[in-house]
Design a protein around this ligand. Sequence first.
Ligand code: ASP
Length: 590
Amino acid sequence: MYRSNTCGELRIENVGQKVTLAGWVQKVRKLGGMTFIDLRDRYGITQLVVDATAPAELIETASSLGREFVIQVVGTVVERQAKNAKMATGEVEITVECINVLNKSVTPPFTIEEESDGGEDIRAKYRYLDLRRPPLQRALALRHRLAQEIRSYLDQQGFMEIETPYLIKSTPEGARDFVVPSRMNPGQFYALPQSPQTFKQLLMVSGYDRYFQIVRCFRDEDLRADRQPEFTQIDCEMSFVEQEDVLNTFEGMMRQMFKNAIGVDIPNPLPRMSWYDAMDFYGSDKPDVRFGMKIHDITSLAQGHGFSVFDSVEYVGAIAAEGCAEYTRKELDALTEWVKRPQVGAKGLVYIKCNADGTFKSSVDKFYTPEEVKAMAEAVEAKAGDLVLILCGAKRKAQTMLGVLRIEMGNRLGYRDPKVFAPLWIVDFPLLEWDDETQRFYAMHHPFTAPKPEHEKWFYSDKKEDLERVCANAYDFVLNGTELGGGSIRIHNADMQQRMFEVLGISKEDAEYKFGFIINAFKFGAPPHGGLAFGFDRVCALFGGQETIRDYIAFPKNNQGRDVMIDSPSQIDQTQLDELMLDIRPLEQN
Ligand code: ASP
């Protein structure tokens, strides 16, 4: 037996026991002839002591130990003189009788402790060492716990875990596919799935009425902050259900995950908000409802007073930032520059200071009487001491900018505590989204989402305004300003699916070539069905109170999509290329 206990296990009750421990040497300290060793494994750290009176050979071995040596020790648990309340094992130490060096280590390139002194790149290169650090071990332990909760809940609810293929067919709609050349079919390519969407729907056609999978998905996107080219989804689908059934089932799953993994009770039932309200009041389809600061439409109050900036736009909206009336000229200028950054995109910022003495001071005082300024401030529910921030433009665009500004002010005001959880469902999404650039509709969720039955009449209309009005039984699960998952009730009828492709400007031939299999499957008795998928990496990160998903993935890629540890992607041999019948064009010189 290599060990009788882990390094996180021994307590005062164990005093007097003879134990065998194994682990990594975190630190060796000498103190007046005694040698102290911190021994670490993923369960914790235990202090080992080699007494000054120990045999010379043992003292010598103890002194020769370096950081990250792997050792096995036999010794007795004793009560510590100087207890350490910060450590779970801090009341005891082990008086060592024997040390067996199981393996040496070269000096690690950074400290392997709670906080490391290593930069991101070096830690990524030595990910296997970074993974020895407690914060990462806690992150992966949380991920494991959540995965177990998901499996146990869904199993109890009668879901079957079924795997779907990774080598599939390229159907670029949405993100770009990763493709894999086929040696056995020269000139042809597989694609890696962006999600198992069509397969899970086919499983419904096959009668597996409750399916789930914790599954890897692949999207070849430019990696905006905190995205990974391969990521994990909790993917689910159910037959003979309405939206209500899906929401109840997965709210239940989330409730169990919150309770059992992090001891948090979430409301029952969860709040729901329509997509339209989310946009109107929060300027985002993933509102952070941990705080108010709602957006108010003040168009009618702002227009018609000779201020041409407001008079020439569709919409004027505002938020009230609590206690910010004391912002200085300089701070207001900086905030104005901030909203003008391309990430926000505003042309300028108008403000009203609601002074503590009940007076108002705005940046557009010359166009409005004090009463008119007051009316605008009141419309935004601003109190004395608040700062009203006003943006304008096309309605949805201006609301989105106000949404970004609201989050910024929420951050500044400390309203976004990662330990506070405010989950909700966003429902009633529009089915389609018009894109001015390409002059076509795109599916807001994906092309398999069904229109609401009561909106079908508009779905079959050729008028753009009608199509824009069609809503879907589509839903997103949103937590603290992040979309953690989403899904919809699906189309299960071949003709309606054809119509959807037609609306999306996909020709009959193209639809047949790319999606013929699913249109055909729907002709063989497809049941009504719906489902959703959660982004598992992000679920883990938010449950862990973190914003970045990288710590919750054992071997993630960097922002360039590279795994710097194994140095991938990389070139392949000419023989491999020949087998695949591929030629690499020389990179163009610029
Ligand atoms: N497959 C969808 C996605 O990846 C989720 C769903 O509709 O179930 O977003």
